[in-house]
Design a protein around this ligand. Structure first.
Ligand code: HEC
Ligand code: HEC
Length: 298
C-alpha cells in the first residue's frame, strides 16, 4: 500500500485508529477506583427531600397550609409522576404545576420517589403495558372519562378556575397510569379502573399520538373550539415540512464552492475509519446533492 495514493484524508486515519484503540482500552480495561456512582441510600432520598421539598410539603410530607399539600397518601406513583414530568419542585405554590424540564437525575428521582413512598401508603408506580391492549375499549373509556377535560383529540383545554387539562402528547404510558391513580392537581382520581383498562386507555392515547392529534400546544389556549383550527393546521404541517425540505441543504448557499477545488470537508465528524474508506472517499466525487442544485424554493 502506498500512503501517497490515499490522498490528504489519510492524515486523519492514524489519529482515528489511535483514538479508537485508546478508547477501547479505557472502556474494556480495568477501571480506576472511585468511578462507581454513590448508592441511593434512604438517607440520600431524605436529604434531597429536606433540601428541595420540605419547605412546601413539611419535613415529613404532612403539608404546609398555603404552600404544598399533604403527600402522605400520594405514594411513589405521584412522586414519580411529578418528578419525571418536571412538575416539582414548584417555583410558585399558587400556580398550576405544569410539565417542564426534569430537575433531577435518575438516581435522585429514584431516591426521592422511594422516600415519598415511605411517608405513607399511597399507590406504587403502575406497570403499564400497551402491547396487545384493546385500543377500541381504550377509546370508549377515554371518551367517557377523559375527553370532557382533555377533549376528544387529547389536545387539552382550559377547565375553569385558571386551570387547564394539558395536552397528552408527551405523557408516557407509565405517566398516564400514574395520572389515573393519583389524580394530579385538579384531575380526579380514577380508582376503579383495572390494570387492563389502564393499559387500554394508555394504548388509545398512544394511538392518538401516532395520529398527531394530541400535540396541540401551539393552539391549545383556545379550548375545544380550536379543534377545527387544529385539523386545518395539521394539514398545513406537511406543506411547511415540504417547503423546508426543499429549502434544506442547498449546496453552496453558505459556502460557495468552486468545482475545480476538492470539496471542503463539511462533516468533520464523518472521518473515514479505515484506509480503504479513506481511499474510496478521496477518489469519489462529492456529488451527493448535485441533482437538487437547480431547485429553488418557490
Ligand atoms: C414551592 C412549593 C413546592 C415545592 C418546593 C415542592 N412542591 Fe410539590 N406541590 C406543591 C403544590 C402547591 C402542589 C399542588 C399542585 C397542584 O395542585 O396543582 C404540590 C403537589 C405535589 C405532589 C402531588 C401531586 C398532585 O397534584 O397530586 C407531589 C407528589 C409533590 N408535590 C412532590 C414534591 C416533591 C417530591 C418535591 C421536591 C422535589 C416538591 N413537591 C416540591 C408545592 C411545592
Ligand atoms: C376534570 C378534568 C379531568 C379529567 C376528567 C381528566 N383529567 Fe387528566 N388532567 C387534568 C388536569 C387539570 C391535569 C393537570 C394536572 C396538574 O395540574 O398537574 C391533568 C393531567 C393529566 C396527565 C398528565 C399530562 C402531562 O403530560 O403532563 C395525564 C396523562 C392525564 N391527565 C390523563 C387523563 C386520563 C387518561 C383521564 C381519563 C381516565 C383524565 N386525564 C381525566 C384534568 C382532567
Amino acid at each position: 500500500m502506498n500512503w501517497r495514493t490515499l490522498g490528504p484524508r489519510s492524515l486523519f486515519v492514524v489519529p482515528v485508529v489511535a483514538a479508537v484503540a485508546v478508547a477501547g482500552l479505557t472502556f474494556f480495561g480495568p477501571t480506576g477506583a472511585g468511578q462507581s456512582a454513590p448508592a441511593a441510600t434512604p438517607e440520600f432520598g431524605s436529604r434531597l427531600f429536606d433540601a428541595h421539598c420540605s419547605a412546601c410539603h413539611g419535613p415529613v410530607g404532612e403539608g404546609i397550609e398555603g404552600r404544598g399539600p399533604d403527600l402522605r397518601q400520594e405514594g411513589e406513583a405521584a412522586a414519580d409522576f411529578v418528578l419525571r414530568t418536571g412538575r416539582m419542585p414548584l417555583a410558585n405554590p399558587s400556580a398550576q404545576a405544569i410539565r417542564g424540564p426534569v430537575r433531577f437525575n435518575e438516581e435522585e428521582i429514584v431516591a426521592l420517589v422511594e422516600h415519598v413512598g415511605t411517608l405513607g401508603d399511597g399507590p406504587g408506580i403502575p406497570d403499564v403495558n400497551i402491547e396487545g391492549a384493546d385500543i377500541g375499549n381504550g377509546a370508549n373509556l377515554f371518551l367517557l372519562n377523559c375527553a370532557a377535560c382533555h377533549v376528544a383529540s387529547g389536545a387539552g383545554a382550559p377547565i375553569g378556575g385558571n386551570r387547564r387539562a394539558p395536552a397528552l402528547a408527551q405523557a408516557t404510558p407509565t405517566e398516564i397510569g400514574e395520572a389515573i391513580l393519583v389524580g394530579p392537581g385538579a384531575m380526579p382520581i380514577f380508582s376503579t379502573f383495572t390494570d387492563t383498562e389502564i393499559n387500554d386507555i394508555a394504548a388509545y392515547i398512544e394511538d392518538l399520538n401516532q395520529q398527531g392529534t394530541t400535540d396541540a400546544l401551539a393552539f391549545g389556549g383556545a379550548g375545544p373550539a380550536a379543534e377545527g383550527l387544529a385539523a386545518w393546521l395539521l394539514a398545513l404541517v406537511p406543506l411547511i415540512a415540504l417547503t423546508r425540505w426543499i429549502g434544506h441543504a442547498k449546496p453552496g448557499r453558505n459556502h460557495p464552492r468552486d468545482d475545480t477545488e476538492p470539496p471542503p470537508d463539511d462533516h468533520p465528524g464523518d472521518t473515514p475509519t479505515t484506509a480503504e474508506d479513506a481511499a474510496a472517499e478521496a477518489s469519489a466525487p462529492d456529488d451527493g446533492t448535485v441533482e437538487r442544485e437547480e431547485v429553488t424554493p418557490g
